[in-house]
Design a binder for this molecule. Structure first.
Ligand code: NOJ
Length: 518
C-alpha cells in the first residue's frame, strides 16, 4: 500500500473546464500547472485528471483513440510530463484516468479489428461470428456497421467498442475464455499503457468502469478481479508507490481484486446517495422531495448511509480505502440543492470519516449546476462540467477567449460564487474547506486509517456522533438544537456553528458540527 495515501486528499480536475492559458476557450495542462499552488493551499495533495488523451470526444475523452498521446487541445506529452514534475515539486501526486474496458471506434486497434481479413487485432474486441447474430442478455451489440461479418459489443455509447478480456463462462464459440491468448494479450496491452505513463511520471490511475472487463462475470466478478489482481501484482513489483482507484462502488470486491481505493458512487436509493442527493427530479429538471441527510429541513436519516457503508468499511479494513466524493463529472453538483452552510457540514463529515476523500473542482466554492444543451456526450452531466469560476472578471477568469468560444458557458448569475470573492471572506465555504483540510493533515487520527467507532446514530434522529482515535466528532445538519449522551468531556478543536461536549453529553445547536479532543 503506497504510504502517501494515508494522508491523501484528491482534487478531481475536468481538464476542459479548469483554466485556459492559450485563449482557445478550453482548459489545458499549463492551466493546471498554474493552479497547483491554489490546489495545495486548498489542502489537496493529489489530483485525478479526467481523460486527457487523443480522442474524437464523443464521450468527453472516455472514448480514447490513442492511449499514449495526449489530446492536442490540452498540450503535448512533454507538457503533461512537465505537469507531473511541477506537481511533484509541490508534493502533489497525479493520477490519470485509465479507460480499460473500451476504446473509441477510431482507435487503431478497432480499425484493424473491423477489417474483414483476420489479423492480430481480430479478437481485441468482442465480435460475434455472423452479422446476423446480435442478441444476448446483458450485452449491447452494434450490428450492420462494418464490413466484417459479425456484430460487436459496446460498453457504453455506440462509439465505445468493448475490449476483449474474454468470458468467464463462454456460452458460444465466439466467446473466448479468459485463458485464451488473445484475452491475455488485451490485459498485457493494458499493462503496457500503465507502464508507459508511470514511466513518464504519473502516480497511478483512476480506473473507469473497473468492473466491466470480463463478460458473463456475474455477481462475484471473479474473472474481472483476476485481471486486476494480475495488474496489482505487476504494480507491487515494478511500481510499489503507484495507486489505483476504481469506479466500481463495491469496496469488498474492488479492494480484494487489488485496488487501493474504491469510490462510493451516487447509485439511487443506496448509502452514499442518501447523504446529499436523495431527491427526485421534477418536470423542469429541478429537484423535488429532497430527503438528503445534509439538507437542513429534510429530516434525513444517517442510518440509510451507515447500513450500506459500515459493513463495507468493516469487511475491507486493511485491504484498502473507501473513497467518499463530493461529486464528480457524472453527478449533479451539490450546489444545485445544498446551501454553502449545508455543504460545510457535509464536507466536514465526509473528510473526517476514514478513507481517501475526493473533492470535485468547483465544489469548494459551491459552483451551481447549470441547465445546458449536451456537450461531448455529457447530456444531463454537462451542467456539472462548466468552467471553474476563478475571478469576477471576464469569463470568471477561466479564459481570455470570446465568451461564445468557450468549451461551455460560465455561470451567468450575477452572484455566482468565485474564488476571488470567497478568498476575501473568512467565513466563506472556500475558507472553511481550507480549515477542515488543514486540521485533517495535522492529525493522523483524522486521516485514512480505519479507526472509526460509531457513538450515536439512531434511525431518523440527529446528531450523528463518531470517534476517530482521540477525537469525538458530532454532526447536526438540522434546524433544531439537539443532544445525545457521550461519555466524558472534550476540548473543542474545530466547530461550525456551536456545540459542547461535557458532563456525558454532546449538545449541538442548529446546523452545527464539532470536533473535540478527548
Ligand atoms: C464512467 C465515466 O465516469 C463516464 O463519464 C463515462 O461516460 C463512462 N464511464 C464511459 O466510459
Amino acid at each position: 500500500m503506497p504510504k502517501w495515501l494515508d494522508d491523501a486528499v484528491f482534487y478531481e480536475i475536468y481538464p476542459q473546464s479548469f483554466l485556459d492559458t492559450n485563449g482557445d476557450g478550453i482548459g489545458d495542462f499549463q492551466g493546471i500547472i498554474e493552479k497547483l499552488d491554489y490546489i495545495k493551499d486548498l489542502g489537496c495533495n493529489a489530483l485525478w485528471i479526467n481523460p486527457c488523451f487523443d480522442s474524437p470526444f464523443k464521450d468527453a475523452g472516455y472514448d480514447v483513440r490513442d492511449y499514449k498521446k495526449t489530446a492536442e487541445r490540452y498540450g503535448t506529452n512533454d507538457d503533461l510530463k512537465r505537469l507531473f514534475a511541477e506537481a511533484h515539486r509541490k508534493q502533489i501526486h497525479v493520477l490519470l484516468d485509465l479507460v480499460p474496458g473500451h476504446t473509441s471506434e477510431e482507435h487503431e486497434w478497432f480499425i484493424k479489428s473491423k477489417n474483414p481479413e483476420p489479423n492480430e487485432y481480430w479478437n481485441r474486441y468482442i465480435w460475434t461470428n455472423s452479422w446476423f447474430s446480435w442478441d444476448m442478455e446483458g450485452l449491447k451489440f452494434i450490428a450492420g456497421e462494418t464490413e466484417r461479418n459479425g456484430s460487436y459489443i459496446v460498453n457504453f455509447f455506440k462509439c465505445q467498442p468493448a475490449l476483449n478480456y474474454g468470458f468467464l463462462q463462454p456460452r458460444t464459440p465466439w466467446q473466448l475464455p479468459v485463458t485464451h491468448p488473445d484475452s491475455i494479450a488485451t490485459r498485457e496491452a493494458l499493462k503496457d499503457i500503465i507502464r508507459f505513463w508511470l514511466d513518464r511520471g504519473c502516480d497511478g490511475f483512476r480506473v473507469d468502469m473497473a468492473d466491466s472487463l470480463v463478460k458473463f462475470d456475474d455477481e462475484k466478478k471473479t474473472g474481472t478481479s483476476a485481471v486486476w489482481s494480475n495488474i496489482r501484482e505487476m504494480l507491487d513489483k515494478e511500481y510499489p508507490e503507484a495507486a489505483i482507484v476504481s469506479e466500481w462502488s463495491n469496496p469488498p470486491l474492488a479492494l480484494k481484486a487489488g485496488f487501493h481505493m474504491d469510490f462510493l458512487l451516487d447509485h439511487e436509493g443506496k448509502g452514499y446517495h442518501t447523504l446529499m442527493r436523495d431527491y427526485k427530479v421534477g418536470a423542469a429538471g429541478t429537484p423535488v422531495d429532497d430527503k438528503s441527510f445534509f439538507k437542513k429541513d429534510a429530516k434525513g436519516d444517517i442510518c440509510l448511509f451507515l447500513e450500506n457503508y459500515l459493513p463495507w468499511y468493516e469487511s475491507t479494513k486493511g485491504d484498502g480505502y473507501i473513497s467518499l466524493i463530493t461529486g464528480n463529472h457524472d453527478t449533479a453538483r451539490l450546489g444545485a440543492t445544498l446551501s454553502p452552510d449545508e455543504l460545510a457540514i457535509a464536507y466536514a463529515t465526509l473528510w473526517t470519516l476514514p478513507g481517501v476523500p475526493f473533492l470535485y473542482y468547483g465544489d469548494e466554492i459551491a459552483m451551481r449546476y447549470l441547465f445546458l444543451p449536451t456537450k461531448e456526450g455529457g447530456f444531463t452531466r454537462t451542467g456539472s462540467r462548466t468552467p471553474m469560476q476563478w475571478t469576477n472578471g471576464k469569463n470568471k477568469g477561466f479564459s481570455n477567449a470570446a465568451p461564445e468560444k468557450l468549451y461551455l458557458p460560465v455561470d451567468p448569475a450575477p452572484g455566482a460564487p468565485t474564488v476571488e470573492t470567497q478568498e476575501k471572506d473568512s467565513s466563506s465555504l472556500l475558507n472553511t474547506v481550507k480549515a477542515i483540510l488543514k486540521l485533517r493533515h495535522g492529525e493522523p487520527d483524522l486521516q485514512a486509517q480505519p479507526n472509526l467507532e460509531i457513538l450515536y446514530a439512531e434511525k431518523g434522529k440527529v446528531p450523528f456522533i463518531y470517534r476517530r482515535g482521540s477525537f469525538v466528532i458530532a454532526v447536526n445538519p438540522s434546524t433544531d438544537a439537539v443532544s445525545a449522551p457521550v461519555k466524558g468531556a472534550g476540548t473543542p478543536v474545530f466547530t461550525i456553528g456551536t456545540g459542547t461536549l461535557d458532563n456525558g453529553e454532546c449538545r449541538l445547536n442548529a446546523q452545527s458540527f464539532g470536533i473535540w479532543k478527548v
